[in-house]
Design a protein around this ligand. Structure first.
Ligand SMILES: Nc1ncnc2c1ncn2[C@@H]1O[C@H](COP(=O)(O)OP(=O)(O)OP(=O)(O)O)[C@@H](O)[C@H]1O
Length: 267
């Protein structure tokens, strides 16, 4: 059973050459096995929030629970998988050895290591286990990063703009692949994205964040059935949901807030 995610009143203040209030009073609930997306203008704290969920950062206030556990305990439990915008593969290790890296770090037995090949098949990299990262395209490297995030069978998968650096066609293909993988693993997924269209295509519920200090202003449910297809992007339900998100982000005049940085609004 995948774990639910619950954030209550989460705040984050960075102390440096002055205080930056990055997050304030963030509330969020993602049911076990659900797929949530987070959208918001650049700098509103999306990555900060995901890092707090993953126990890579401590919140300044509020609480986070993953299946009833604090992030620190969930991370110790190997319940959390994280995919960054860049694949961050080790260039000297083969793709298989990169995918196995979390097993090495966790000192898991070699018996489990056949799992890497299973996962490479799942992410469509069958036959590339012995290749080095530089021999793979950007999309293929990101597939390997997803396999690496899944190898400890996490109950929650956190994805920070995983396909942001890919071209549009590869990105759409990767979105469908990610949905297929999610459908097979049924891990809880939280995706940070700049793209309204991507959020609607992927998620059950989209959380909209305000500019700094970031907080969740609205949650929009996506009424599309599953499995999702690219053809659904041309339906009235899709347009209507995307418009609701755009209104929540920019107001009814759809004029970006002056502090807001680029946000993909095109469908
Ligand atoms: N380590 C840090 N020290 C100081 N300020 C930070 C730190 N990390 C993030 N910030 C600030 O916190 C705010 C939120 O940053 P964050 O990267 O979470 O935003 P984001 O919504 O993910 O942005 P983007 O969409 O551009 O990736 C920004 O103003 C950023 O400058």
């Amino acid at each position: 059973m995948s774990k639910s995610l619950e954030a209550r009143g989460v705040g984050k203040v960075f102390d440096g050459r002055g205080e930056v209030v990055a997050l304030q009073g963030v509330d969020m609930h993602v049911p076990g096995g659900g797929f949530a997306a987070i959208v918001g203008p650049s700098g509103c704290g999306k990555s900060t929030l995901l890092r707090i969920f993953a126990d890579l950062l401590a919140p300044s206030s509020g609480t986070v629970e993953i299946g009833g556990l604090r992030p620190e305990a969930a991370r110790r439990d190997k319940s959390i998988g994280f995919v960054f915008q860049a694949a961050t593969l080790l260039p000297w290790r083969t793709i298989r050895r990169n995918v196995e890296l979390p097993l090495d770090v966790a000192r898991r037995s070699t018996r489990e290591q056949g799992r890497a090949d299973e996962l490479l098949r799942l992410v469509g990299l069958d036959g590339f286990g012995d290749a080095l990262p530089h021999q793979l395209s950007g999309g293929m490297q990101q597939r390997a990063a997803i396999a690496r995030a899944l190898i400890l069978e996490p109950e929650i998968l956190l994805l920070d703009e995983p396909f942001g650096a890919l071209d549009e066609i590869t990105r759409q293909r990767m979105n469908l692949e990610l949905l297929r993988i999610w459908g097979e693993t049924r891990t809880t997924a939280v995706l940070v994205t700049h793209s309204i269209a991507e959020a609607v295509l992927m998620a059950d519920r989209v959380f909209v964040m305000t500019p700094r200090p970031g907080t969740v202003s609205t949650a929009v449910d996506v009424p599309l059935p599953r499995p999702r297809t690219l053809a659904m992007m041309r339906t009235a339900e899709f347009f209507e949901t995307a418009n609701r998100l755009r209104d929540a982000l920019f107001g009814n005049d759809a004029t970006p807030n002056s502090e807001a940085q680029p946000m993909e609004v095109a469908l």
